[in-house]
Design a protein around this ligand. Sequence first.
Ligand SMILES: [Zn+2]
Length: 227
Amino acid sequence: MFVGHYSVAFACRTERNKIPLWVLFVAVQFLDYIWATLVLLGIEKLRVIKGFTEGSMLDSYFHPYSHSLITAVIWSAVAAFVYKTICGRHGCYYSKSAPLIIGLAVFSHWILDLVAHPRDLPIYDNAAKVGFGLWNYRDPEFALEIALLAGGIALYLTRNAMPAIRKGAVIAFGIALVIVQIGDTYVPRTPLSDKATVMGVWIFYTLFVIVAFAVEKIGRRRQTNAP
Ligand SMILES: [Zn+2]
């Protein structure tokens, strides 16, 4: 699962919880940030094999700290706690439910990975691995990613008041994510090394976080300057 994770970020943001979209973009990929970092450090292991599954070249044969069910629950709690602490210290607005929403957004990553991954997600440690393996079916997996993303963006647009220019930017961002997914699923490429692959993960995910931050600024100045 790749851009489908962002559907949860879009869907979670409401006028009530006021969680910035960019924070939710970090939350839904929080487990992959940990994974990419641990692979870079040589602690978790990854093989990149052409044709490993129809929709992905990633053989994540050892990722118990970032992607086991138990650690996913722990990381979700950690993220909720960190959000609550930072918001409390900086006096920024947050609704009572916001930390819980952050925790659920982090945990949603594991659930969506469960659908897409082959049986490489451990329940605990590196054991009892599960995964429904939708990545073995390229077109349905792609369709699910896009359907989720479209649904998430539709919810975001209906539940948040914003100027038309920002609406346009959100839709353009969604189209850009679809193009990235088309590239990832359908454009053949030679496998990179494990380290280069996770460097790419870091760079792309962070780029999306920056865009999510910028998108929510669009049209804001004009609103505040208005008499
Ligand atoms: Zn993942």
